[in-house]
Design a protein around this ligand. Structure first.
Ligand code: 6PG
Length: 255
């Protein structure tokens, strides 16, 4: 089931996302003693991490039972300005008391294929299982081309249905990335897509109300098998959605 929520601005969106993270963490830790949380790169999630790091919110989470994972990583060292790990370290990790062994960084300084293989091995070790692990919460962003994580249009990672983590060459950027694959992403109990800004309005319209025969965007392949998919959009990103055509947005709620 997908839920669409539209907020007046990015600040309210971030506050709502942070509250949802705190609620998801409390529920997971209460039920299973652990919260496996997958982080996204990008500027939108970064604002959420910075807010979550504030005492008002971080004090709501028992960080000793939280495991942080990354949905994707750029193929750069952890001290590179493009590193998603670095972004999360500086906006969140340095402010919370989380055990170092619960921070599962993608070793993107290595060869991309090796980094992907090592991350998959870490997942198997931590989840103590060779069956698909189901994360408690996955944050995702949305690129203007419809990419999410590092699943870019026309790239080979979109067609990977066996591996959990894969190296992915993004030809248009001429870069390598490491990304979780669709089977692993779609096993999550809860997924939250965070989208704000006028620059995302067109892709949001194409993805949510476009002609499905024209194109399938990677974000449209995010279809949790049993979990819940929640879209949090600000009004700028949603300003091309025709709200009167509410039938085009299944299960939507607006607040
Ligand atoms: C990354 C993210 C990527 C991001 C989108 C949206 O590594 O950059 O995984 O998928 O979420 O590009 O980024 P913004 O929120 O900055 O627009």
């Amino acid at each position: 089931m997908s839920v669409f929520k539209i907020y007046p601005d990015s600040s309210v969106l971030a506050q709502t996302a942070v509250q949802a993270i705190c609620d998801s963490a409390a529920c997971a830790i209460s039920e299973r003693g652990v919260f496996h949380f997958v982080l996204s790169g990008g500027s939108t999630p970064k604002a959420v991490y910075s807010l979550l790091a504030q005492d008002l919110y971080r004090s709501n989470i028992d960080w000793s039972n939280v495991h942080l994972w990354w949905g994707d990583e750029r193929s750069v060292p952890p001290n590179h300005p493009d590193s998603n790990y670095l972004m999360v370290r500086d906006s969140l990790i340095q402010y919370v008391n989380i055990p170092a062994e619960h921070i599962h960084r993608i070793q993107a300084e290595l060869n991309p294929a090796q980094a992907a293989q090592l991350y998959e091995s870490e997942l198997e070790k931590v989840f103590q299982s060779e069956t698909l692990p189901c994360f408690d919460l996955i944050l995702l962003g949305l690129g203007e081309d419809g990419h999410t994580a590092s699943l870019f249009p026309g790239t080979s990672a979109l067609y990977e249905h066996q591996r959990w983590v894969i190296e992915n060459y993004i030809e248009k950027l001429d870069v390598w990335r490491i990304t979780l694959t669709l089977p692993l992403l779609n096993c999550a109990k809860q997924m939250m897509v965070l989208v704000n800004g006028k620059n995302k309005a067109q892709i949001v319209k194409h993805v949510l109300q476009g002609d499905p025969s024209l194109a399938t965007y990677p974000i449209q392949l995010i279809q949790p098998v049993q979990g819940q998919l929640i879209w949090l959009l600000d009004s700028d990103a949603a300003n091309q959605i025709q709200l009167e055509r509410q039938s085009a947005l299944p299960d939507q709620t607006y607040s």
